[in-house]
Design a protein around this ligand. Structure first.
Ligand code: NAI
Ligand code: AKG
Length: 428
């Protein structure tokens, strides 16, 4: 997110706006505007060259009225406490809108993971787990992969926690590899869920998905499976994806007028979502500026990389052809840009609804860990489709009933569920 946009202020602004619309009690607001617990740790790591480096790590637990705190652990060089705070609020609303019995949390380590060897990454991850393990647990707080982290890292977390607690505890973390307590379907779950939301939105808008076009920002976990599912399930065309190029220190858009081939691009993309520019260009891809994805003539725009990507400065570059913005990333749109999107009557699928497929599948993983019984991929994705469709339709129903913007409707559904649980538990 750019320096001027503070994501925590954005998350609080979005909440305040709906709190006003719901005429929410002052005490409840005060409770929900801030996280319940916050941790800042300094993690010492012996690097491969013998040097000792200290990394800052955060974990923020926003609300656990509906169940244990839940949310990813990011490894990102520009991480800030406020970004993690914002993301922990959004996790609370995400779990509530998905209707899974979980609360909100998020973690982050200030580090460029691409600059670490695998062994350094393991030491850093285990160091983070050692400092905070008493505040994690299957009934307390359960992390998951997020930007810059992956299934292998979750497995190290699970192992460190299990060793420290003296008990094999797969449910302390989700997004683990299949074969080490992970669930089939988790890798593609977020992108799969994004496409279920787009499918449901198209049904409501009377759009036949076949042949529709999309532009995607990013090409990491979420963007990759959004692209494959958009093409395979909706029979649509993805015109571009994009990525951050850490060698050139800039971003690029990879464009093909008749549609990209995500499987080919995945074969030339590294574990951090960086596409090989040379190989792409040799295979017929046009390499455009990092901003180009936003202004293409497409039906669906899908930010799937970072916070703060659609702002007042650039929202008017969005093509008149765009009918749907599907927010696959967390917090990609500022409140000022929201006003323009509303006026232009572009249908918005808000982030914590659009990308709740990941945490919903994480919930399925916890259920399987508790039962020590594992489901087939079809079973996982079938249940995910059902839950995502219900979540989409509950928000759409609220938007119609109250005649409000989809983001406000998603907040209304989520806040009401969280506040009901808080009241039932006697917290407010
Ligand atoms: N992985 C998951 O299950 C979930 C992720 N999210 C959110 O989705 C977004 C993406 O997450 P992942 O795909 O997991 O991350 P990732 O780390 O796998 O991929 C991030 C992608 O964004 C690209 N990128 C980074 N900076 C960029 C820039 N300035 N311009 C263009 N591209 C850029 C990277 O090159 C990479 O392709 C984040 O906002 C994350 O919080 C939300 C829900 C679940
Ligand atoms: O799978 C999870 O538990 C959380 C995923 C996440 O961090 C997110 O949805 O932003």
């Amino acid at each position: 997110m750019s320096k001027e946009i503070n994501p925590f202020e954005l998350a609080q602004k979005q909440f305040d706006r709906v709190a006003d619309m719901l005429d929410l009690d002052e005490e409840v607001r005060a409770f929900l505007r801030w996280p319940k617990k916050e941790f800042h740790v300094r993690i010492p790591v012996r690097m491969d060259n013998g040097e000792l480096k200290i990394f800052d790590g955060y974990r923020v637990q926003h609300n656990d009225a509906l169940g244990p705190h839940k949310g990813g652990l990011r490894f990102y060089q520009n991480e800030t406490f406020d970004t993690v705070r914002a993301l922990s609020l959004w996790m609370t609303w995400k779990c509530a809108v998905a209707n899974v019995p979980l609360g909100g949390g998020k973690g982050g380590v200030v580090v460029d993971p691409t600059a670490l060897s695998d062994r350094e990454k393991e030491r850093l991850l285990r160091g983070y787990a050692r400092l905070l393990w008493k505040d994690f647990g299957p009934r307390t707080d359960v992390p998951a992969p997020d930007m810059g982290s992956n299934a292998q890292m979750m497995c190290w977390f699970m192992d460190e926690y299990s060793q420290l607690s003296g008990q094999y505890t797969p449910g302390v973390v989700t997004g683990k590899p299949v074969g080490a307590g992970g669930s089939l379907g988790r890798t593609q779950a977020t992108g799969f869920g994004v496409v279920v939301c787009i499918r449901e939105a198209m049904k409501k808008l009377g759009i036949d998905s076949k042949g529709t076009t999309a532009a995607i920002q990013g090409f990491g976990n979420v963007a990759q499976y959004t692209a494959t599912n958009y093409i395979e399930k909706l029979k649509g065309i993805v015109k571009c994806v994009s990525c951050w190029d850490r060698i050139d220190k800039t971003s690029y858009t990879f464009y093909k007028a008749d549609g990209i081939d995500p499987h080919f691009l995945m074969s030339i993309t590294d574990q951090y979502g960086m596409i090989d520019k040379k190989l792409a260009s040799e295979n017929g891809y046009e390499i455009l500026s990092g901003d180009a994805w936003r202004s293409l003539d497409v039906d669906v725009l899908i930010p799937a990389a970072l916070e703060g990507q659609i702002t007042l400065d650039n929202v008017n570059t969005i093509s008149k052809q765009v009918k749907i913005i599907a927010e696959a990333a967390n917090g990609p749109t500022t409140t000022e840009a929201d006003e323009v999107i509303k006026k232009r009557n572009i249908f918005l699928i808000p982030d914590f609804l659009c990308n709740c497929g990941g945490v919903t599948c994480s919930y399925f993983e916890s259920v399987q860990n508790d039962a020590n019984f594992y489901w087939s991929e079809d079973e996982v994705l079938g249940k995910l489709d059902d839950k995502m469709s219900v979540a989409f339709n509950s928000v759409f129903g609220m938007a119609k009933e109250r005649n409000v913007y989809m983001r406000d409707a998603a907040y209304m559904v989520a806040i009401q569920r969280v506040v009901t649980a808080m009241k039932l538990r006697g917290w407010v």
